[in-house]
Ligand binder design. Sequence first.
Ligand code: SAH
Ligand code: SF4
Ligand code: F3S
Length: 457
Amino acid sequence: MDKASKRYNIVTFGCQMNKADSERMAGILEEMGFRWAEDPNEADLVLYNTCTIRDNAEQKVYSYLGRQAKRKHEQPDLTLIVAGCVAQQEGEQLLRRVPELDLVMGPQHANRLEDLLQQVFDGNQVVATEPIHIVEDITKPRRDSTVTAWVNIIYGCNERCSYCVVPNVRGVEQSRTPEAIRAEMEELGRQGYKEITLLGQNIDAYGRDLPGSTETGRHQHTLTDLLYYVHDIPGIDRIRFATSHPRYFTERLIKACQELPKVCEHFHIPFQSGDNEVLKAMKRGYTQEKYRSIIAKIRQYMPDAAISADAIVGFPGETEAQFENTLKLVEEIGFDQLNTAAYSPRPGTPAALWDNQLSEEVKSDRLQRLNHLVATKAAERSERYFGRIEEVLVEAENPKNPTQVMGRTRGNRLTFFPGKIEELQGKTVKVKITEARAFSLTGEVVDKKLVSGVCSN
Ligand code: SAH
Ligand code: SF4
Ligand code: F3S
């Protein structure tokens, strides 16, 4: 087939891992000669990169897929792919459910897209979900932004939180070497990227599977070591990382963040529940006291650090009093941002089989109450920005107002201010905050002189 004239579309669900994988798969398709189609209905190849973290995420995929499957009956040469976490979870069963599919591929196979497609073009229906060692990818990702980029440092997760499908679908931990990570970051610096977010489901586990590490004691290649190792890369002004796990978070890491000017004072550390019994049932491996002490430590070193987290309400057996412990934690810590979710039983996870499940009514009532508190607290936290001068790295035009640009503060607050994107994209600008809302800010440029290179703390 003449691939040169073929067009593709990728629809991405789920977390930053999936977004990063989609960018890599898009890079592979472009290398193969495919061109981007804005509208999936006009594409010759449609790839759904899917998420199964909660039931509603999974159901969304089926409704999208249904529409494309129908289109395939009129257009038999349409190539339909399901990648990502639903693909891994469902495997062959997906073909039974949607026989129109050409390719079902788990997240560990993202880099193999070209090979797998070749098998499809040879006339096969392909399922690639067996666990494999992820090979270093040499294809250039097609990244959505020209300013900020994600860099995977560890794939998979070896934790066994009792509610979570991620270890089932993403496989065991596999760290990339510091050299491979540095090489990717150097290339990004050369291309003009300014901000890098290092990614891992449990980023504090980085390096424990690399040679030279032992089961006990500190391993040689920790996240902290990695931050020191990549910190001097030319062109890169900001470094972030996510997601942190309270069980493994160290004071050494906090010190490094304070000491290294490029590392932003923003920490994403999910706590999941503010109740010790619930945390135990979740198999999280820490107490709410430990969590609070981590936050206190961070604030001792960096009083203004932004803190965000994830929380689950309505975990099996959670009592009203236990839920109130979560409210109390949120009240007392004052998060800058909190992703909240009602517990959703997932196939293949222990908690899904327990008989103390809560009703949907209780779960959604608790979710609403928590969300209300989160918005109030985030608005309070946001107020501290009012009148302050913040360094904003400009990413793009404000899609709702072309006279404004938008970017983020070091603490990750989305900030809008008047300006031209042609002049400002990729620049770090000093902005005086004139308006503070719960999750975003508005301001004006105070100093035409741009903050160059490394931002000051
Ligand atoms: N690795 C990260 C989170 C990965 S999943 C961590 O350890 O925290 C992202 C978020 O989805 C989780 O933090 C959790 O809050 C939520 N989540 C995961 N499984 C869930 C489930 N079964 N029901 C509801 N929310 C869930
Ligand atoms: Fe899931 Fe727990 Fe691993 Fe996070 S640490 S991905 S919540 S199993
Ligand atoms: Fe979803 Fe898979 Fe990420 S289940 S949250 S896309 S790891």
